[in-house]
Structures are given as C-alpha cells and as structure tokens.
Design a protein around this ligand. Structure first.
Ligand SMILES: Nc1nc2c(ncn2[C@@H]2O[C@H](COP(=O)(O)OP(=O)(O)OP(=O)(O)O)[C@@H](O)[C@H]2O)c(=O)[nH]1
Ligand SMILES: [Mg+2]
Length: 354
C-alpha cells in the first residue's frame, strides 16, 4: 500500500470514529448543540451564537502555593525590600528578577518604577510594588480564550512550539477543560513526524472521550490539519484543537511548514487562537523561540508549561514584554487538571505574600 493510500485509510477510520462519537454525543444531548452558558462558563463577549470568548479563570483558580516555587527568588528579595529599603535590598531585587529570567532591561525598569512610585508619595512600599507589578504583569491584556464559533464554523486552536515544551500534553489538558464546559471538541494530530506522537494524542482523546483525526507517519501536516478541520466543520463541533510537531525555530523548512498549516486551515475556518507553548525552564532561550514563531504565525497567546519545576517565574514578564502577547495559560504539572488560566493578580499575590 502506498503511503498516500495508507494515509487516506487512517483519515477515513478517524472520520468514522468521529461520526460514531459525534452521533452518540448529539443523541445524549437530545440533538441539541451544547451551550456554554449551561456549563456556567464566564462569557465575556455576548454573541448571537451560543459560544463566546471563554474564560477558564472562573472555575480553575490556581492554587497560589503552586506558583510559589516559580516565584521564590523574587518573593524573597521583595520581602527584604519590604523590611528595609536600602541600596543593597533594591539591588538584590533587581538581581533576583534577572535570576528569575525577567531579563536585565525589564529587571532594571521594574525596580526603577517601584522605587520612584515609592519615592513620589506612595508611603507604603508594599503597595507601591503591588501597583507597579500589577501594571506590568497585567498589561491590560485580554486573556480569555477565543473559542467562539464563527459563521457557524468551529473555533480552531493551533498549538505550536519547539520540541518537548508540552504541546501535546497541553492540548489534552485543554480539551479536557473545554469538554468540562460542555464544548464539543475534536483533536487533530498534525504531528506526523513520529507515529508515537499521534498515538500520544489518541491516548488523550480516549481518556477524555473526544475524537482524534490523525494521519500516518510522514503525511503532510497541513493536509491532516485541513482534513481534521473539515471533519470538525462537518460534525459541527465547537472547537478543533490542532497539535503540531515540535520544531526548532532555527530550521527554516520546518517554520515554513508551520506557516503552510496556518494558511491551509485558514482557508476553511478562522484560526481563533495560535498558542505558543514555552517550557518555562528554558528561560531566555524561550524568548528567542517566541520571536521567530511570532514572525511565522500570528500568536494570540502563550502557554508557559513546567512552572512547577522552576524558580524562574520572571519569564512571564519577559515574554509578554518581548512579544506583546499575553500569557493565557500555565502548566503546573503533568496531570490532566494541571493547566490553569494565568491570572496576574494570583501571580502577584503569590510574590507579595512570601
Ligand atoms: N512538570 C511538568 N511537566 C509537563 C508539563 N507540561 C508537559 N509536561 C511534560 O513534558 C514532557 C513533554 O510533553 P509533551 O506534551 O510530549 O511535549 P511536546 O511539546 O508535545 O513534545 P514534542 O511533540 O516532542 O515536540 C512530558 O513528559 C509531559 O508530561 C507541566 O506543566 N509540568
Ligand atoms: Mg507533541
């Protein structure tokens, strides 16, 4: 059998599975499309359709303590500044921000801002720090995920990033969050470099109970993503989540391939979110990756994974500052419930309270 025929067979099998799952789901719903409102999700933009920008923040408040490891360096330095505002304590705060991967410029700028807010009439240094940090970390960004059906078409979310950052795991966790809110989700395994990659996503699909469309190893990822999106359109799902292969940002051919996935899928449905998945433990290298990806696809949000395993929470500030793209989600572990909405107030509270 040629690889093309084999690929077609796999897609057809995927579609048949999707048909069965889709029918079962519709039946159990009495034939009605599910409504986000029924799930209690916060709707921040009213629309004619039943789905809108969906905030994951309401029911998934991060446990502050789980941020602590990623914030300990900055938190300790802040508490020293709160205790005594000396040149040494200010310098230590700047150093801690650099050590936590906020970047040298950002670190200097932040400390200067806190110092001048404190000097210019804000008598409480803690309050001055909270205000400045809130200003910088919050940045006025909209962090809700756009999972709104457009023109009666599914929302499409594209997951991108370098190798091993947590794209597939995040895709699975996100699918879980969305199905919990009664959204119909379809997963697309557009990582065709390794058979194991599609297998990994299929395992997530089985675990969550959502269909997965996959191609064979070596198939064109853009074709698989295209077929999967068409399947999502045909079966009227709410969200198509496309997992892509990890790719080195320095390999032009691989980056071109990602651009093609984006263009081809956009021909049939609007890609509402392009989420760049960055491993927080890679620090400043994550920024270099982010810059290149943002030149190839229009990033709408950052997912910072593995924040549970690093003391470098400053990357949150650096990446937003560099790209002007908000951190929307953070990964705090490998489990299905370890993906949470990034809430600046929780993050800052975690820093200040140490
Ligand atoms: N501790 C921790 N581990 C994570 C997190 N997210 C993902 N991982 C782990 O990171 C490893 C890589 O995750 P994958 O989801 O396979 O990464 P990927 O980006 O899809 O990898 P490629 O497809 O090879 O590029 C796995 O062992 C995951 O369990 C997280 O938030 N915290
Ligand atoms: Mg993967």
């Amino acid at each position: 059998m040629s690889s093309q025929t084999l690929w077609l067979v796999v897609v057809v099998v995927g579609l048949l599975a999707l048909g069965v799952l889709g029918l079962q789901r519709r039946r159990s719903n009495g034939g009605q499309r599910p409504k986000a409102q029924q799930s209690g999700a916060r709707i921040s933009s009213a629309g004619a359709d039943e789905h809108a920008h969906l905030s994951l923040a309401d029911s998934k408040r991060p446990d502050h303590n789980r941020f602590n490891k990623s914030q300990s360096v900055i938190g300790v330095a802040l508490s020293k500044v709160f205790a005594a505002q000396t040149d040494t304590s200010w310098q230590e705060l700047e150093d801690s921000l650099i050590m936590a991967d906020a970047g040298a410029d950002v670190a200097r700028d932040l400390v200067n801002k806190i110092r001048s807010a404190y000097k210019s009439g804000q008598p409480d240094v803690k309050l001055a720090a909270t205000r400045v940090l809130t200003d910088v970390v919050d940045g006025g960004y909209v962090r809700n995920l756009n999972v709104e059906r457009h023109d009666d078409l599914p929302a499409v979310i594209l997951m991108v990033g370098v190798n091993g950052t947590g794209k597939t795991t995040t895709t699975g966790k996100l699918a879980h969050l969305l199905t919990q809110r009664n959204s119909d989700v379809l997963l697309a395994a557009a990582d065709t470099f390794r058979a194991a990659a599609a297998e990994q996503l299929s395992t997530w699909g089985e675990r969550i109970g959502v269909p997965v469309v996959r191609g064979v190893e070596g198939a064109d990822p853009a074709s698989v993503a295209f077929e999967a999106t068409n399947a999502g359109i045909e079966h009227e799902v709410d969200v198509v989540l496309i997992d892509t292969a990890g790719r080195l940002h320095t390999k032009q051919g691989l980056m071109d391939e990602l651009g093609k996935v984006y263009r081809v899928v956009s021909k049939v449905a609007a890609i509402t979110e392009v989420l760049l998945v960055i491993d927080a433990t890679t620090g400043q290298n994550g920024l270099a990756q982010a810059k290149v990806f943002s030149e190839v696809v229009p990033l709408t949000g950052i997912v910072l994974t593995k924040l549970d395993g690093t003391a470098k929470g400053g990357i949150v500030i650096a990446v937003q500052n560099e790209l002007q793209v908000p951190v929307k989600l953070v990964g705090l572990g490998e489990g299905i419930n370890d993906l949470v909405a990034f809430e600046p107030s929780d993050f800052i509270e975690g820093l200040i309270s140490q």
